[in-house]
Design a protein around this ligand. Structure first.
Ligand code: HEM
Length: 467
């Protein structure tokens, strides 16, 4: 289970030395603008399947035409190309400039930084996300999950339909906030904060997608998102003020480490940057984990055989509160969490080439964009047997191509909190299964919905019953 959280060593080019020129100037094949618009129109109700369809027709490296002069986009769809971009030659690629919108007017935080500033910020935080550190600090998360899942009993007693995608939010948020900031909000505050985080998330994702549009074009969820931001950042300010009024902890936690980190600029800029890092951790950790869990429960509820196996594993723990120590006895639940993320999948991850490159024998110009579709890779029958089947056992029995399974990305920019996500995800899943049966409508199927992390269109309507 242990997976060290370290900075992967990166090849560093000696100062002043120019990158070698790409050996080819050939651009890959592609559909051309007209044909692409026709394919896009056919996939308008199934946007996640659009890029995989382009790859199926044109190959592993495809020129994607865009109606903006001077902009070059390449779709890459082979695990070796993922390895090239994200691990072996990651220095040749930066995050896409549109991602800056994810912090809307705030200073960029860790997930958006590059180079020395990225390393300088990640280094002091890394130790908190190691398996050992998370294990030592697991009790607050365990308590939060037990308390918030117990709140669901009211839904079981009422016997009515409830949106579990929504209900998972406060469980995950409570575990996360207690874990990273030693903050215990009331259930009402948690619900409010979760709603705010979701509205804010929808707004900034829309802004990132429309970053090239002129400022006068309204962005979706604009008013609601901006209002949510004011409330949420007000809360962050309150948490910071409260923590600063307390004596420093003998063993600094993540929050205190952020408060003590040195950032460049004026005191106001330093404060804004520290707050951005705090909100960055909350946003990177909240909706991602919550939606991965929603997909896991949805897919388990649709697959009685897998669900039965999951119940058997949880029941073998013998009842009582689910603790960190139980996780090693839950390999099947972990496989379910992985398999659900394989299906959930982001539609695209975009990087920008900082220098000329060559991928699969084709020319990648400096300043152009490369697009990877985790959705496409994670369902590609070349790398997954019975790719369309929900079959968690594949993660126990099969050899998985790690570059074709990238919910947390791979390489030096891999998710810093992946260990925390597994811990919170599995503790929550086990606690839910221990207490409840989950019933969904006959024939209900999960459909992808774009959020900060892929959600479920229409939520997850379910009935709960106490076991
Ligand atoms: C199932 C849950 C999660 C998923 C699917 C997920 C996914 C990801 C992905 C795909 C990236 C890389 C983005 C890119 O390179 O383009 C990332 C980065 C990151 N994640 Fe997560 N994440 C999850 C949970 C968490 C948690 C719980 C935390 C911490 C509280 C966290 C903190 C971060 C941070 C700080 C980064 C930026 C790392 C860097 O650039 O050095 N994530 N995450």
């Amino acid at each position: 289970m242990a997976e060290p959280t370290t900075l992967t060593a990166c090849p560093v080019r000696p100062p002043g030395e120019l990158p070698p020129p790409a050996a080819t100037t050939h651009r890959p094949p592609g559909p051309g603008l007209l044909r692409m618009s026709a394919i896009a129109a056919r996939f308008s109700t199934e946007p996640y399947a659009f890029l995989p369809e382009i790859a199926r027709r044109y190959g592993d490296v495809v020129d994607i035409p865009v109606p903006v002069p001077g902009v070059t986009v390449t779709l890459v769809s082979h695990p070796d190309h993922v390895d090239h971009i994200m691990t072996r030659h990651h220095l040749r690629y930066h995050k896409h400039e549109g991602t800056a919108e994810l912090v809307t007017g705030e200073p960029p935080a860790l997930p958006l930084l590059e180079g020395e500033e990225w390393k300088r910020t990640r280094r002091p935080l890394n130790p908190f996300f190691s398996e050992r550190a998370l294990a030592a600090n697991s009790t607050p998360m365990v308590e939060a999950i037990a308390e918030r899942v117990a709140d669901w009993e009211v839904h079981a007693r009422s016997g009515g339909w409830v949106d579990l995608e929504h209900e998972i939010g406060p469980v995950v948020m409570d575990g996360l906030l207690r874990s990273i900031a030693d903050l215990a909000l009331s259930p009402e505050q948690l619900h409010e904060y979760v709603d705010g985080a979701r509205s804010y998330g929808q707004w900034v994702v829309g802004r990132a997608a429309m970053y090239k549009f002129p400022a006068f074009v309204p962005r979706p969820f604009g008013r609601r998102g901006a209002a949510a931001k004011t409330i949420m950042f007000g809360e962050l300010d309150r948490w910071v003020a409260e923590r600063r009024a307390q004596p420093p902890r003998e063993r600094p936690d993540i929050f205190q480490t952020l408060l003590e980190m040195e950032f460049p600029g004026t005191p106001d800029q330093q404060y804004a940057r520290m707050r951005s890092e705090l909100s960055g951790l909350v946003f990177a950790g909240f909706e991602t984990t919550a939606e991965a869990l929603a997909w896991t429960i949805a897919l388990l509820a649709r697959n009685p055989r897998a669900l039965g196996e999951a119940y058997a594993e949880v029941d073998a723990l013998g009842g009582g509160r689910v603790e960190y120590e139980h996780l090693e006895r839950l390999p099947y639940l972990r496989a379910c969490f992985d398999e659900a993320q394989r299906f959930q999948a982001a539609p695209a991850n975009v990087r920008t080439a900082t220098e000329e490159d060559e991928i699969g024998g084709y020319f990648i110009p400096a300043g152009s964009h490369v697009v990877i579709s985790p959705y496409g890779l994670q369902r590609d029958p070349r790398f997954w047997r019975d790719a369309e089947q929900f079959e968690p056992r594949r993660f126990i029995e099969d050899k998985i191509n790690r570059n074709a399974f990238i919910p947390f990305n791979i390489g030096p920019r891999k998710c810093m909190g992946s260990r925390m996500a597994y811990i919170e995800g599995l503790l929550t899943l086990a606690t839910i299964l221990q207490k409840f049966t989950v019933q969904i409508r006959d024939g209900w199927t999960p459909r992808h919905r774009i959020r900060v992390s892929t959600g479920l269109a229409g939520g997850l309507p379910a009935k709960l019953a106490l076991r």
